[in-house]
Write a protein that binds this ligand. Sequence first.
Ligand SMILES: [Zn+2]
Length: 86
Amino acid sequence: MSLRAALMAVGLLGLGWVLFVSFVAMGPLGWLAFGTIFAVGTAQVVRKLLRRSRSTQGVTTVRNCPACGAPNDPDRTACRHCEAEL
Ligand SMILES: [Zn+2]
């Protein structure tokens, strides 16, 4: 193991230790806030990935409502958002 790799390993260990200590020091309120932010972020990433995979498949063709512009299934006769006739 070279000196640079050893220093990098020590640095990573130190960084992990600082993160761990600050996480413990946050206490239950900090864990709650952190967990909420983490959950919301994860949900948004998953939703974005799902939307992208659906759009790349190109299976669904949508028809936009003339009144409010909301996307509707092509077989619908009324907008599902504002009930306007399509
Ligand atoms: Zn509408």
